[in-house]
Write a protein that binds this ligand. Structure first.
Ligand code: SF4
Length: 348
C-alpha cells in the first residue's frame, strides 16, 4: 500500500494531467472531468464524498492523492470584519490568506510562496527570507478551504499575499488555469489580479497566457533612485524596462494597470514624487492605489498623517490622475498590505 508520504496533492494536476492519470489507472478519461467537478465545484475534502464515482476508483484515489494540502492552524478576525487564516503546510511551514469584505465584494488575498526573496524594505513577508514556492494545490487550496470548508462566498481573488507571484510562475499559471477553467472553479479572469514588484520576465510570461487578468504593479518609488532603495528588484530591472513590460501587458490584455504605492512618511510622499507618479500613471493609462503604510514591528517606516496622505492624493488629482486611497483593513490582526509574515510576526 502507498504510504502517506508518497501520496501526491490532487490539486497539482490540471485537467489534461488528470486525464492521463485516469488512463494510467485503467479508468475512462471522462472520470477526470467528474473528479474536477467534485474538487472545484462541490469542494469535497474527502474522497468518500464523491458519491458518483465507483468505490474502486475512490479507493485508488484515496491511496494516491491528498485533497487538502494543509490544515487551518488559526484564524484572526479584525474589528473591521477582515479575517486572516494561518494555514499549516504539511512540512510545518505556515502561510497566510486574508479575506477582505468590502460592500458587495469579498476579496481573498492569496499567498504564492513561503517567505519572499525580494526584500522590499518595508514588507514583513521578506523578513523570514525565502523558504519555498507553493505548489498549485497549495495556492488553489486556499480558495477551496475558505470557500467550501469555512463556507465564505468569494467574489475577487488577488495574488498579493506572501511572496512574489511571478517568481513562482509555473505554479501560478497552473493555479490560474484551474481557477479560470469552466471545468474547474469557473472564475472569470477579470476577477483575478496578479500583483508584482516588477519581475519583467514574469510580466511577459503572464501576457503570454492571453487572459484578461488584472495586473497590479507595486511601484512605491517613482524614479530609479528611490525605487532601487525601496524595492531591491529595481536594481535588476530599470523603471523603463518595467513600465514598457506593463504597457505591453495592458495593450495585449485590454486591462487597466493599477499602480500600488505605499506611502512612507518622509520617504516617498513629497510633491516631487507625486508629479513623477502622475506622469507614470498618465503614460500607462493606469489608476493609482495609495496605501498609507501599516507599520511592521522592527522596521523603521511610519505612516504619514492623514493630512499628508490627502495632500499627496490631491497633488495627483490636480495632475489628472485616477487615484484611490486604500482603507487599511485588518490592521489589528496584522493582515494589512505588507504585514503578512507566515506566523513569524502574527498576533498571538
Ligand atoms: S512586497 Fe512582495 S515582493 Fe516585496 S518583499 Fe513583500 S512579498 Fe516580497
Amino acid at each position: 500500500m502507498m504510504s502517506q508520504e508518497t501520496k501526491r496533492f490532487i490539486g497539482d494536476l490540471n485537467l489534461a494531467e488528470l486525464s492521463q492519470e485516469m488512463e494510467a489507472l485503467g479508468e475512462p478519461v471522462y472520470r477526470a472531468r467528474q473528479i474536477f467537478k467534485w474538487l472545484y465545484q462541490k469542494g469535497i475534502s474527502d474522497w468518500s464524498e464523491a458519491t458518483d464515482l465507483p468505490l474502486s476508483l475512490r479507493e485508488k484515489l484515496n491511496r494516491r492523492f491528498i485533497i487538502r494540502p494543509f490544515e487551518l492552524e488559526t484564524c484572526y478576525e479584525s474589528r473591521d470584519g477582515t479575517r486572516k487564516f494561518v494555514f499549516r503546510l504539511r512540512d510545518d511551514n505556515f502561510i497566510e490568506t486574508v479575506l477582505i469584505p468590502s460592500g458587495e465584494r469579498r476579496t481573498l488575498c492569496l499567498s504564492t510562496q513561503v517567505g519572499c526573496k525580494f526584500g522590499c524594505v518595508f514588507c514583513a513577508s521578506g523578513l523570514p527570507g525565502f523558504i519555498r514556492n507553493l505548489s498549485p494545490a497549495e495556492i488553489t487550496g486556499q480558495i477551496l478551504f475558505v470557500r467550501h470548508d469555512l463556507e465564505f462566498s468569494l467574489t475577487n481573488f488577488v495574488f498579493m499575499g506572501m511572496g512574489e507571484p511571478l517568481d513562482n510562475f509555473p505554479s501560478l499559471a497552473k493555479a490560474i488555469e484551474i481557477m479560470n477553467s469552466p471545468e474547474g472553479m469557473g472564475i472569470a479572469a477579470r476577477r483575478i489580479t496578479v500583483s508584482t514588484c516588477g519581475l519583467v520576465p514574469g510580466i511577459k510570461k503572464l501576457k503570454e497566457l492571453r487572459l484578461q487578468i488584472n495586473l497590479s504593479l507595486s511601484l512605491h518609488g517613482p524614479n530609479n533612485e528611490l525605487r532601487r532603495r525601496l524595492v531591491p528588484l529595481g536594481r535588476r530591472y530599470s523603471l523603463e524596462e518595467v513600465l514598457s513590460a506593463c504597457e505591453e501587458y495592458a495593450e495585449s490584455s485590454g486591462r487597466m494597470i493599477t499602480l500600488e504605492y505605499v506611502l512612507l512618511d518622509g520617504i516617498n510622499n513629497s510633491s516631487k514624487e507625486a508629479a513623477q507618479l502622475a506622469k507614470i500613471a498618465h503614460r500607462l493609462k493606469a489608476k493609482i492605489n495609495l496605501i498609507p503604510y501599516s507599520p511592521v514591528p522592527g522596521l523603521p517606516y511610519q505612516r504619514p498623517a492623514r493630512e499628508a496622505v490627502e495632500a499627496f492624493r490631491d497633488w495627483l488629482k490636480e495632475r489628472g490622475a485616477k487615484v484611490t486611497v486604500r482603507q487599511s483593513k485588518g490592521l489589528d490582526i496584522r493582515a494589512a498590505c505588507g504585514q503578512l509574515a507566515g506566523h513569524f510576526l502574527s498576533p498571538k
